[in-house]
Design a protein around this ligand. Sequence first.
Ligand code: GLN
Ligand code: ZN
Length: 785
Amino acid sequence: PSLLNLSHRHRRPSFIQMGRVRAVASHIVGYPRIGPRRELKFALESFWDGRSSAEDLEKVANDLRLSVWKQMADAGTKFIPSNTFSYYDHILDTTSMLGAVPHRYGWTGGEIGFDVYFSMARGNATLRAMEMTKWFDTNYHYIVPELGPDLKFSYASHKTVAEYKEAKELGIETIPVLIGPVSYLLLSKLAEGVEISFSLLSLLQKIIPVYKEVVSELKAAGATWVQFDEPTLVLDLDSDQLKAFTDAYTQLEESLHGLNVLVETYFADVPSDAYRVVTGLRGVSAIGFDLVHGEKTLKLIQNLGFPPNKYLFAGVVDGRNIWANDLSASLRTLKTLEGIAGKEKLVVSTSCSLLHTPVDLVNETKLDSEIKSWLAFAAQKIMEVNELAKALRVEKNEAFFSANAVAQASRKSSPRVNDKAVQEAASALMGSDHQRPTPVTSRLDAQQKKLNLPILPTTTIGSFPQTMDLRRIRREYKESKISEAEYVKAIKEEISKVVQFQEELDIDVLVHGEPERNDMVEYFGEQLKGFAFTVNGWVQSYGSRCVKPPIIYGDVSRPKPMTVFWSTAAQSMTTRPIKGMLTGPVTILNWSFVRNDRLRFETCYQIALAMKNEVEDLEAAGISVIQIDEAALREGLPLRKSEQAFYLDWAVHAFRITSCYVKDTTQIHTHMCYSNFNDIIHSIIDMDADVVTIENSRSAEKLLSVFREGVRYHAGIGPGVYDIHSPRIPSTEEIGDSINKMLAVLEKNVLWVNPDCGLKTRKFSEVKPALANMVAAAQLLRTQL
Ligand code: GLN
Ligand code: ZN
């Protein structure tokens, strides 16, 4: 089994006759791989579990690729991408292509097959997986290459050429897509043990020869175009990094001879110095720009001009969101660009790969037709790109354009979208600063009088293990198979079980366990106005994992309390404090598809208002500890430094709007799910929560260094003392050690003891001993302080 799909067993006769549809100047940067019904996910998981063979998996992959290519060809797409399919991740595919397999996987050469490939992606019984990290500011995660001076590169996966040939045999000419050599290196990290002074860019010399081999094989196979994705061009790069692009393409120039070369950028505008570099690259005949998220791109092209004789690929159809394109606005932009690049040189494209959108709106059976008319998923975006290209070159499909105009107008004026009262309330917020009147130290004193907690108080992050039974109960209730009374009874039983469980463990601040929630955003979205939910709107997060983000389409408000019933039920079962449990406005925003007719912060303030009402209702109902999770606050950080301060400012404000109007005696917690926040520590302090619990167990040193460096911090803090992502049960000593390390840099009266994150993915059999050890460690240390 290999990544190549050379097996001819599954080949179908070539049935796509080129020329049946007249291709127009249109291009798609990339396409979702997972399939309209997550076919790839299920095929992968069944293969990994040993329930199906490599051939079964290859067959599913072949069919998916074929259907995507056919769909694009039928729509008239001229530049159809190949090699945008991946069994796991396109950066891992590039690592395989370059033979850059870390030594620990014991690979000794030859074509890389499923074994090595999936070991790198997921680890195996004995080896850990490679690290995964967020792909720019999307929710997609890629496998980070681990590089160093000892690595020997060689051409070890022929997947790019194989996919090109596969399409060609079906009668479809494609543009093979590669991650460009400079972006590949800039997205890599140093392998373990490599000197920190080692320059990853110095590896350019070693990887370019492999790229040359790939290119010459593509040429031999008949390719006339090739696409290099260089999205790092939109980041803040220094002059050495920029120079690497010039060097790389100069070195490639000779082998690229005879090919048309597209360098594709996306996710933001290209800064002007990078623009000069990319437009001047040798051997490059076309450049792709993101004209949706690159808000300044159009101005830049107008001001700096565009080289004559190069193609301009204009990404006007949004690859990151689900809204139908405003076709007439796009057409105006395209006409402007045509005036600059020339009629023959303009190609209509997507802003980035469509990987970040769900696959096909056709599969949405529950959305009403009005909302559906406002949306476009990947399949619909292909049509939009092609209709725009036809309107420029051939003739405008009047019916398509006028249906689009009607939908745009209905969205603008719909009462479901616009709620005057909400808009006014949210804009009234801009005038004031939203601060708690009392400083945190005095608040903590007031809270302590009321709560009377021991030193090193113990708590958990919110969720408890979600059993199959629980999922079944929620599903049956949703499908009206059980009554509301039966549902409430079952959930209350679960809450009571979890409350008792925590009391027996002697935890100090309890949670209700979140048994009524399947997801921390969906749960609130379903109860707020302005949100819609899809049934099949899956987007790949990593490997076979997908998420189904809600769609925020209108002004957001809260018709009625959302959590008060469950939190008060839990509180009635115990004399210990129950922590109310909410998801914060920034996290709800960042994990949804957001409106493109409002600025992000406007929507965020609306959500903040809704959550503020919930906080007030919880407080009034006697809940005196309230956690507002901001798991995704850091995720929304803009790529470019120049834009970060503005984001952090409104994100912090939104959090404070929800939380600052409570009494001094009400304790506000927040939780954050990432370790890498040293750069935003001041914003976290500005949030002014009484207690912050954070993920920490995999990077304790990094966190502690912040405080060692003298950051002034007075609020409560609970750096997670054990890693909930692993089934391993930490010992009392181990947890004690990690608390002691924190005590060395933090005041003992601000420190909390808690796990890293929610426990919902664990089993009760794991959680019980782990929490028991955690409580034992805290209790032991209390006697020593
Ligand atoms: N309260 C949530 C839980 O415990 C927090 C989850 C998260 O931070 N991702 O599940
Ligand atoms: Zn978390």
